[in-house]
Design a binder for this molecule. Sequence first.
Ligand code: ATP
Ligand code: MG
Length: 599
Amino acid sequence: MNAVEHDSRHAEQQLIVDRYRPLEELGEGAFGSVVSAWDTRMQRRVAIKRIPFPLDSHGAPSVPPGLAEARTAAMLNNPAIVTVFDFETDSDEAFLVMEYVEGASLAELLAETGEPLNLDEAAAVVDAIADALCFAHENGVLHLDIKPENVLVGLDGRVKVADFGIAELSSLAGHGAAFGGTLGYMSLEQLRGEEVSEASDEWALAAVAFEVITGDNPFADSTIEGAIRRITITGAPSVRTYDTRLPAALDDVLFAGLGVEPAERYPGVAEFADALLPHLGDARAGRASLAELVADITGDEPDAEDDLVYLGLWDRLQGSGGRVLVQLVAGAEGGWLAWAGLSAVQLPTIALWAAIALVAGGAFLAPALGLVLGLLCAVAGAIAHGAWALAAALLLIGGSWWWLFGRQSTGAAVLPLSAPVLAAARIGFLQPLIAGFTLPPLGAAIAAALGGALTMLASAASSLGAPYIAVAPSTALRIWTLGSAAERVVALASSPAAWIALLGWPVAAAVMSWLSSRATRVWAAVGALAGAGVLGGAYLLADVVARTLSQQAGYESVLTAASLAGSLILMWLACWAGAPLRPEEEDPLSVAARRREDH
Ligand code: ATP
Ligand code: MG
């Protein structure tokens, strides 16, 4: 996979508000959609309702009126209400982050079984919705969209009501269905756009009760006029027309709850439930049998979650914090290149610092652009020293880097340049491991090859004991300015041993990338070990070849080994902090899609 593809997949994988990783589309409602997501901070599954803002007269999204009220309403805390953890907004939509109820909606349950609930199950459902509504009404909140889709039944058979505060928001925002509710569950006053009250929720609960008992909603219609006619003229039939075994007393209570005018209904949801529940079954037994029903219709299909490995640190670095970190590294690299290159050119001090600030600032704001400016500074420095071969090598390496990475992916762009600096800190071998940890194999290999080449240039210029890896800190900083570098570049390029050592870098990165693609900590750690093994092997072989060809001893293998060990240990620490983020292999949405196809 090339860098472009990698980057676009990355974009798809964007965390919602820098925190929630989308997993699976759960459904689309009257407005907005619901996805399940992984909360990378709390390490739990959540459901997120995305509510797009309406467009204003200029076609720009605008914060709808009633958002603050919706937030308050959504935050109700009760066992029969789906808990809302968070209510976030960005420029064009709101995100309602809620408890994920694993199970099914009452609507799915009725549709899948194709039959009404038994009286125990009906008792469990009515009891829970009534509890939720009573609690909300005591807190001055109306639901206004009570319907089977908004009643969720968990795997344990517990019933919870979702979407408090949403109906009002949707009607204020001018979305979809009339007055926020749903035809078939909207009382007459709500259909007519008259004043709604607790009695409107009571009517909707009565309609849901009627439906779970009989399997039918006699008020459902495709138009508002039709729905009004069904309430005012047709009315609901006796429950005994559906099943003669049902108690006749149910009719009186249901018809009262379904009273055309609010004043004809029970004074509150509590009174309605108190009147209805004695004619239904045992709510406790109902929960147990609902649990069985839910298990039947969801099957033993494991959650998409089981397939995923959750990533802690690296997932979080994907958010804005991680972006800023990478931008800081890019800024530092840009400034360093500008300084190292331009200090060789005779510039007035003030102009030198202005140029450095410009390139560093540019690299921070737009890493791809800033780093290419930095590269040009380095080339200018080499030319100023008459090191034409070095200038050509820099242009070639830098140009291919720009083409493959610099333009497209900020994270990958900063990797090659980091290698000589890490090498100056005696942990140069960390670079191919990081590349393998963060990039797919091909991208990792190229980033590591470029990093290796730069490190070797710096190492040759440093003339420390261990060739190809040991870099003197002063050289790492001033590599481009070394007048003698030209012959060294040539000497390096004509040494077979150097090529063998260099080959170790991309191979190690690719091996690391491939092994850690399973995205678990253990595999990442194994990958780091294997990558370090490849590097060690390549450098050992280079050593043997160099000795054989030039009968030259004096390789400081201890320094090389120490650098390798230090890099490996640091990489292991990074693996321990979290498995790598590898969206292209671990795309949860595609896992979910595959699952659906398998079914
Ligand atoms: P409305 O927009 O009128 O509420 P709706 O309920 O059909 O219509 P959404 O609220 O967008 O649509 O919900 C879509 C589906 O997502 C629901 O039917 C339900 O199955 C599922 N869902 C919603 N909230 C959760 C949740 N907290 N946990 C699990 N599934 C949920
Ligand atoms: Mg809903």
